[in-house]
Design a protein. Structure first.
Length: 185
């Protein structure tokens, strides 16, 4: 969408989204966001009284755009546990891929911002719920969803290191192992 057609608040948020994800939260200054969003400092601070407020808004925005993408991608690839690997492969192949925005934010901000920890926990809980929906009803879906979500996080971090093929191979090995260990009925 043409940036000029967006409200100042939306331009600031979208600019921060790109910069925070691509370059990191701590390394992206407010002055750069202001310049690239084409707003004044007064406008920036009217919408986001602090950088911390913008960080929280960034994580909320990332969640709102990433979760629907993930669910749509699962649908395209079969909407089952085996669909996760091709979805991850699709994500890893995106030239803008820089890992999980939530893991990155937590790594940068640590426990210094409880709001970040809260947003990360919310995002990861919703991801586990989506994964639960992919699992058969005759298993402990909550525990298996947590295990699969942890494997996704590991694959994402490994892919961010520049090893997406190895990340996907390891993830597939785990998922195939889950299927092999599952009791036959």
């Amino acid at each position: 969408m043409d940036q000029t057609k967006l409200s100042a608040r939306e331009r600031i948020l979208r600019t921060a989204h790109v910069l925070f994800y691509r370059e990191g939260i701590r390394s992206t200054g407010v002055d750069r966001i202001i310049a690239e969003a084409g707003v004044t400092k007064v406008t920036f601070y009217r919408h986001y009284p602090s950088k911390n407020d913008l960080i929280v808004a960034f994580l909320d925005y990332r969640h709102r755009i990433w979760m629907p993408w993930f669910q749509d991608a699962l649908q395209r690839h079969g909407n089952n546990l085996l669909a996760i690997a091709p979805v991850l492969q699709e994500w890893f192949a995106d030239p803008s891929f820089r890992g999980c925005a939530f893991i990155n934010a937590l790594g940068e901000m640590g426990g210094s911002m409880p709001e970040v920890v809260h947003r990360v926990n919310q995002h990861k809980a919703e991801l586990r719920k989506v994964i639960e929906g992919l699992l058969p009803e005759n298993c402990d879906r909550e525990d298996w969803a947590s295990a699969v979500a942890m494997a996704i996080d590991g694959a994402v971090v490994r892919a961010e290191w520049g090893e997406p093929t190895e990340a996907l191979h390891g993830f597939n090995q785990l998922i195939e192992g889950v299927y092999c260990l599952k009791p036959q009925t």
